[in-house]
Design a protein around this ligand. Structure first.
Ligand code: HEC
Ligand code: HEC
Length: 397
């Protein structure tokens, strides 16, 4: 482990983050033109500005112009060459750049519900279930519909105010504010085993099918007919029930006022006030939020210097360690009896060794005997080796 200044020594994850952030902040970390050659720094921890050792990956970048906060890129660090491939070509970036914004313009293409259903049956049903019902038994393949989206939307009402209500159902139809996300998600990520294999027309057809199984409306009409065609012109007219469900709306010139309004009406976000008349304790009195300030400068909370791992429980940790070593270094002979090694757990076989006394057993194991290489071929310390012997013998008594 080298000790370098905090500027150079950086945990790998922090470096990756720094490089990733570089793009967002518009600085230009040109790793390939490094003046420091291809030296690789492998560090498991970092130093903060006071030279104290801090947890892995904890790095602060100085606030340089009052705007760039803790993520300001440490250019010194990003000049080191990391041998992590080459720069992406513009065409490659373009291939990934399939952003579809909620307000368009939408990609060119078209597809009908019927076409979508065919593709769905072929490429999606195995994971997402009949009519998008999901694979409930597995739990990892999300449902794409649970029925009529507008009715299900009702289930999103604040449960803290109505604790007896059934849980909210958050599927595409009832929960997602915009359908453009589905278009983008399917185009970029689905079908899971072959992402990016679908044409624009196929994606339109699949989204059209998703509209039909969620009973969503386009321009006032519920999508039911299998000849219904979705395309770049009518995509913006899909009526998602939860389009205004995410509050507060931070966009636009009234963003700050919107937050203020929200914070002044605690029941909107589930807190119980005295005014609700039901509150028993810890009730919020009237709240008046006048100022919302986001402090940009001096945003340097202390980094943790604690590097403790969770405590091992009552020696159970030691046994687990011996077991792991056994499995990695001894099991290949002692599990199977290869080379006539005594088999772990076989009392009769081990009794012969144990009756010589444990000191002899340790000694022979350490020095090697017959086909048993010294310390089983490991570089364990004597004490570590003995604890693995104890483990084997313990299982074999
Ligand atoms: C091999 C299994 C598999 C196949 C086949 C598959 N998906 Fe998926 N799909 C998944 C998994 C897993 C997720 C969840 C991914 C996650 O949450 O990270 C998912 C998520 C989705 C979502 C987001 C749902 C949500 O509410 O988060 C959509 C939409 C979707 N898939 C559509 C499709 C379509 C359309 C097809 C057919 C072209 C398809 N999938 C084929 C496994 C699959
Ligand atoms: C390459 C196969 C091999 C590996 C790996 C191996 N052993 Fe052995 N071990 C043997 C054989 C064979 C014997 C029986 C030697 C004899 O009696 O001639 C033996 C015997 C022993 C004995 C009894 C020694 C005595 O004579 O009293 C102990 C204790 C032992 N092994 C522990 C271990 C431990 C602990 C490991 C892992 C760290 C390990 N062995 C890895 C093959 C192996």
């Amino acid at each position: 482990m080298f000790k370098l200044s905090h500027k150079k020594i950086i945990a790998t994850s922090a470096v990756a983050a720094a490089v990733a952030f570089a793009g967002c902040l518009g600085s230009n970390p040109d790793a390939s033109s490094s003046s420091e050659g291809s030296t690789k720094y492998v560090a498991s921890h970092t130093y903060d500005f006071n030279g104290k050792k801090v947890i892995d990956g904890g790095v602060y970048y100085p606030v340089v112009d009052g705007k760039r906060g803790p993520y300001y890129v440490n250019e010194q660090a990003s000049r080191i060459a990391y041998n992590k491939g080459r720069e992406a070509l513009p065409v490659e970036i373009k291939a990934w750049d399939v952003d579809v914004m909620y307000n368009g313009p939408f990609p060119k293409g078209h597809g009908t519900v019927g076409e979508g259903e065919e593709i769905y049956e072929e490429k999606c049903v195995a994971c997402h279930g009949d009519f998008g019902s999901g694979a409930a038994n597995i739990g990892i393949y999300p449902a794409l519909s649970k029925g009529n989206a507008y009715e299900l939307h009702e289930t999103l009402k604040n449960q803290r105010l109505n604790p007896d209500d059934d849980g909210p159902i958050r599927v595409f139809g009832s929960y997602w504010p915009y359908p453009s996300t589905a278009w983008w998600y399917i185009k970029t990520g689905m079908p899971h085993p072959h992402p990016k294999s679908l044409t624009n027309n196929e994606v339109y057809a699949l989204v059209a099918y998703m509209l039909s199984i969620n009973e969503l409306k386009v321009d006032g009409e519920v999508v039911e007919d299998e000849d219904f065609e979705l395309n770049q012109d009518n995509f913006g007219k899909i009526e998602m029930p939860n389009v205004n469900g995410f509050i507060p709306n931070l966009n636009g010139p009234n963003g700050t006022d919107n937050i203020r309004k929200l914070l002044n009406t605690p029941h909107e976000y589930g807190a119980k006030t005295l005014a609700d008349g039901r509150c028993m304790h810890d009730c919020l009195k009237e709240v008046k939020v006048q100022h919302i300030t986001i402090e940009q400068k001096n945003f340097l909370p202390p980094l943790s210097e604690v590097r403790d791992l969770p405590k091992e429980e009552n020696g159970g940790g030691a046994e687990a360690k011996a077991k792991a070593t056994y499995e990695a270094s001894c099991a290949m002979c002692h599990d199977s009896g290869a080379a006539d090694a005594p088999i772990i757990g076989n009392k009769a076989q081990w009794a012969k060794y144990i009756k010589e006394g444990m000191d002899t057993v340790y000694k022979k194991g350490i020095e090697g005997v017959g086909a048993m290489p010294p310390k089983g071929g490991t570089t364990l310390s004597d004490a570590e080796f003995k604890s693995v012997v104890d483990y084997i013998v313990g299982k074999s008594k």
